[in-house]
Write a protein that binds this ligand. Structure first.
Ligand SMILES: Cc1cc2nc3c(=O)[nH]c(=O)nc-3n(C[C@H](O)[C@H](O)[C@H](O)COP(=O)(O)OP(=O)(O)OC[C@H]3O[C@@H](n4cnc5c(N)ncnc54)[C@H](O)[C@@H]3O)c2cc1C
Length: 468
């Protein structure tokens, strides 16, 4: 598929979206692929290759006009509509046999306005499309850990970056959205227009329409201090307890992750990482070499096998977590949200997934959030996480045997950490179907449902985590 990325320094970003009604030519040119079409298997897969999604039809629009055409097509055919950027969170979508899947991977344009610190990204843009061009101007985005996570899906669900404790959620940096509504109209939602819709999409997910573009605020942050300390997995308890104590000392300039990573034995992975299990801590500190070195001193005192801490361009943060370079078959059902992290939770995490556990989980992490993520001001949207720590784990599931083992290991980790669950779950880290009440406070959910009923009374739009 043709990935287009456009860096324009001159275009005004505050323009009105325009679609001059339904253009019959657009519907003729729109690519709609149905089962039986030889291209069906090419266009239907999700990023998570373990998900065998089989929609009634797939539309691959190239611009907002074609998104309008796709929505009108679905209405005419009596189909529901689900938008998908990458399919990183495809697994809770479920049966799509009555649904037109609008895959936005042909819409990856990115425009950076360095003077106003704004990026305008099209629906299919991935974080890797944004951080590089933004970084050329010393600007940073609240990107996820992977270069190929979609900006839109991530931001609609909240968006926890490595800078979150200082700068909050990605959803709170969304300045405007261009949305195709259930009527097939392209509208702009921002602080002064379609305010309810603007509030809802910033955390409420993809249930309100198809986003064709977002404008997001960038940060003036050319460099950060960041890196990881790697220890043999046998030292997991000692290392992760030290990490837990570190999280209790730092202010919101420091975000960190305690993690157990079993590096796959792939040839392309260099020694000494290839095929080895590690206990590790990743640290991201907004500051200089000196203050960063002070933050990680307690970890260096433990004499890690390798440590990579130092000042880096903020755009290089996208490589820190060593996420897969492209689509993989995975299982990631585990996710627990915690208001506090008692020492017992670290013991449980290590017992369920450490060297003696029998687990083969590829990556299991506990992220320290809180800080600005937990604060709210009048400008915030529907996204709000009250957890101070969130865990996430994923395993490879390339064969049925691997999938079964992954399920067993993830269930073991779930059972170990469940007693410590003490906050609302994070929608983006939830890869199983979940009740909307597990994500939102009652008043937030009631408002989201009222807006959904108003803008999509027939319930055409399906999101991965529905609100009902
Ligand atoms: C390897 C990996 C790393 C990750 N790292 C992070 C991280 O660091 N921080 C974090 O917070 N999360 C992270 N996530 C979770 C990620 O934020 C979610 O999976 C998110 O849903 C991905 O968005 P997407 O657009 O790529 O996925 P998709 O599966 O394409 O989209 C998810 C949902 O978003 C909605 N959506 C997408 N595009 C549109 C659109 N154009 N219009 C309307 N709705 C739309 C739909 O409801 C869709 O079902 C990670 C996930 C993985 C697998």
């Amino acid at each position: 598929m043709d990935a287009r990325s456009l860096l324009s320094l001159t275009k005004g970003l505050q323009r009105e979206p325009t679609v001059p009604g339904m253009n019959p030519v657009t519907l003729q040119t729109l690519d709609i692929v149905r089962p039986g079409d030889p291209r069906y298997d090419e266009v239907r897969p999700a990023w998570n290759l373990a998900i065998d999604q089989r929609p009634a039809a797939v539309a691959v629009p190239r611009d907002a006009h074609e998104v309008v055409a796709a929505v009108l097509y679905a209405k005419r055919e009596g189909l529901k509509v689900a938008a998908q950027g990458t399919g990183h969170n495809a697994s809770p979508l479920g049966d799509l046999s009555d649904t037109l899947l609008i895959k936005t991977h042909e819409m990856r344009g990115v425009e950076i306005d360095p003077d106003n610190r704004i990026a305008r990204v099209e629906a299919g843009a991935q974080w890797g499309d944004v951080v590089g061009p933004a970084g050329e101007h010393g600007l940073a985005a609240l990107a996820g850990s992977s270069h190929d996570v979609g900006v839109v899906g991530y931001s609609l669900g909240g968006g926890v970056s490595f800078l979150a404790r200082r700068y909050g959620l990605s959803a709170d940096r969304v300045l405007a959205a261009e949305i195709v509504t259930a009527d097939g109209e392209l509208v702009r939602a921002d602080r002064s227009r379609n305010q309810d819709l603007f509030w809802a999409i910033r955390g409420g997910g993809g249930a309100f329409g198809v986003i064709t573009a977002l404008e997001i605020e960038l940060l003036d942050l050319p460099t950060v201090y960041a890196g990881a300390a790697f220890f043999p997995i046998e030292r997991a308890a000692e290392v992760l307890h030290a990490w837990r104590e570190l999280t209790q000392r730092v202010d919101d300039r420091t975000t960190s992750i305690g993690r157990i990573l079993r590096v796959p034995p792939f040839e392309e992975i260099p020694e000494p990482f290839r095929g080895r299990p590690f206990a590790m801590v990743e640290v991201i500190h907004i500051g200089d070499q000196r203050s960063g070195d002070a933050v990680v001193k307690a970890l260096r005192d433990l004499e890690p096998e390798i440590d990579t801490f130092g000042l880096i361009p903020t755009s290089a943060l996208i490589h820190l977590h060593m996420d897969p370079p492209g689509p993989v078959p995975g299982k990631g059902e585990h996710h627990v949200a915690m208001a506090t992290l008692p020492a017992g939770a670290i013991d449980a995490f290590v017992a369920a997934n450490g060297a003696e556990s029998g687990s083969q989980i590829l990556t299991a992490e506990i992220r320290h959030i809180g800080g600005a993520v937990a604060r709210r001001d009048g400008a915030s949207g529907a996204a709000h996480l009250d957890a101070e720590y969130i865990s996430f784990a994923a395993s490879m599931a390339a064969t049925p045997e691997m999938a079964a083992k992954a399920e067993q290991d993830l269930a073991q980790l779930d059972a170990a950490l469940e007693p410590y669950e003490s906050a609302r779950r994070y929608l983006n880290f939830t890869e199983a179907t979940a009740d909307a009440t597990s994500f939102y406070e009652a008043d937030t959910l009631a408002r989201l449902r009222a807006i959904k009923a108003d803008v999509d009374p027939d319930g055409i739009f399906r999101s991965n985590h529905p609100l009902d």
